[in-house]
Design a protein around this ligand. Structure first.
Ligand code: ADP
Ligand code: MG
Length: 253
């Protein structure tokens, strides 16, 4: 069976630096894969190549059996890809629930969707989304904050909003770029539980970029390690994190 996501030989250069250098990466249906490596090793760039926020210089990307190498981010989102950002990107002055409703619309191209569906169907879809947003706010224990502006929430709560915002699009693959960044240890514990439940209950695969080793060891079935843009190691978390090459790359930073 072919993988859900299959990146082959991805390369991305910026002036003077090869941020990602001929990297292969696959994610299976419902799998949780960790992408780790020291600061500046190319993790965020790799994630951006997967989601289409950056275009690869060379290499190819297949998702759900389709060649998506040349597709822009919004088309990849439509095919079932969601992401979160290392630096939280939410509409800070809008309420938590409006952030969720807008997330879904962004992937749907509302105006076009409305005219194709007809107004009654569009209204029905709108209502379905409101119900789903309420369900997800409960799932992420955010109900009490539904009408508050996102900017008034703690970082931990904002991270939860980002996750809910991805989940409402019902993705097949959710790409998370350092979701534990800035979280207190108890919030990291909670995040680990929620990410595992997201996979188990919603069946989505997860590509997880994370600096916190505890998070990847607890959650991931497989790890891919980058160092200076190159794939340094790949395999089961216990084996990879005790690999002398990997230990050295981390100590070297
Ligand atoms: P990581 O997420 O692992 O910390 P990044 O993918 O952000 O690493 O960065 C990898 C390398 O590419 C770094 O040397 C970084 O400085 C460089 N880089 C990333 N984005 C850009 C950009 N937009 N322009 C120029 N250089 C960049
Ligand atoms: Mg990064």
């Amino acid at each position: 069976m072919s993988a859900l996501l299959e990146v082959t030989g991805a390369t991305k250069r910026f002036a003077g630096v090869t941020a990602v250098d001929t990297v292969d990466l696959s994610v299976g249906q419902g799998e949780i894969v960790g992408l780790i490596g020291p600061n500046g090793s190319g993790k965020s760039t790799m994630v951006n190549l997967v989601t289409g926020d950056l275009m690869a210089d060379t290499g190819s990307i297949r998702f759900r059996g389709e060649d998506i190498t040349a597709l822009p981010a919004w088309k990849r989102a439509r095919l079932g890809m969601a992401r979160s950002f290392q630096m939280i990107r939410l509409f800070r002055s809008l309420s938590v629930s409006d952030n969720l409703l807008l997330a879904k619309h962004a992937g749907m191209e509302t105006t076009l969707g409305d005219s194709l569906m007809g107004r009654a169907a569009a209204r029905e879809e709108e209502e379905r989304l409101r119900v789903r947003a309420r369900e997800l706010l409960a799932w992420f224990e955010l109900e009490a904050f539904a009408d508050r502006p996102v900017g008034a929430l703690s970082i931990g709560q904002q991270r939860m909003v980002e996750l809910a915002r991805g989940v409402i699009a019902d993705p097949t693959l959710f790409v998370l770029d350092e979701p534990a960044a800035g979280l207190s240890p108890p919030n990291v514990d909670r995040l680990i539980v929620l990410i595992r439940r997201m996979r188990d209950e919603f069946g989505m695969a997860i590509l997880l970029v994370e600096h916190d080793m505890r998070v990847v060891r607890d959650l991931c079935e497989r790890l891919v390690v980058l160092d200076s843009g190159l794939k340094l190691a790949e395999g089961a978390p216990a084996a990879v994190t005790s690999d002398p090459k990997v230990v050295e790359a981390y100590i070297g930073t």
